[in-house]
Design a protein around this ligand. Sequence first.
Ligand SMILES: [Zn+2]
Ligand SMILES: [Zn+2]
Length: 242
Amino acid sequence: MSAVPSLVSAAWERTLDLVFPRRCVGCGVFGVFLCPACLAATPRAQPPRCPGCWMPRTGRPAGAAELCERCRTRCPAFEAARCPFVYAGAAREAVHALKYDGLSAVAATMAEAMAGTLSEWRPPVTALVPVPLAGRRRRSRGYNQSELLAREISRLSGLPVHGGLLVRRKATPAQARSADEAARRANVEGVFAAAPKAEPQAGALLLVDDVMTSGATLDACARALVAAGLGPVYALTFARED
Ligand SMILES: [Zn+2]
Ligand SMILES: [Zn+2]
């Protein structure tokens, strides 16, 4: 796995602060990348939700253990997915800053929230697996945002990152927001594979990504890992589209 830009050098951070002063991606206040006020105002992905895909409950009341209609119709290859935030407000701004504005340092704050969710949730996982990014996209961005999040979560949780377990066999067109679920699934069909050298390892794996939309990407990643005899697979994202 190639090197990831380090987020840890204090001297380098001070230099960056002079050139690019830290500003909150939500409100613009100086000093932090995501301020406590904006974080507190961002909608949390709170229960009641489907215990599988973590989609909010709608309609008739269901038991806490009951899966949503979608998970019952087409059971995802991951056991369960969780995230601290709904993809809205400052959470959306943070993802945009990380993904499109090159603000890799915001990953540390995002990962803190994710690590908090992980420690409350406590899935029986033994390693983190970032969702791989297409080579072309990674080169233009300079990093894989999921890998940055996984590394920060690793630092906070002590779980190792197994970045080489999954590979992306081809680039996919960016998921269009308007695309329906079938189109999203078709878009990621056959895109991911467990790396040929991946040794089956004992223990459950935790997929890490920035945003869960329909869950098609996480499902495709989990499917590839499970097909290679790995897993069971859980998924953690920073936010999800409700
Ligand atoms: Zn703010
Ligand atoms: Zn569900």
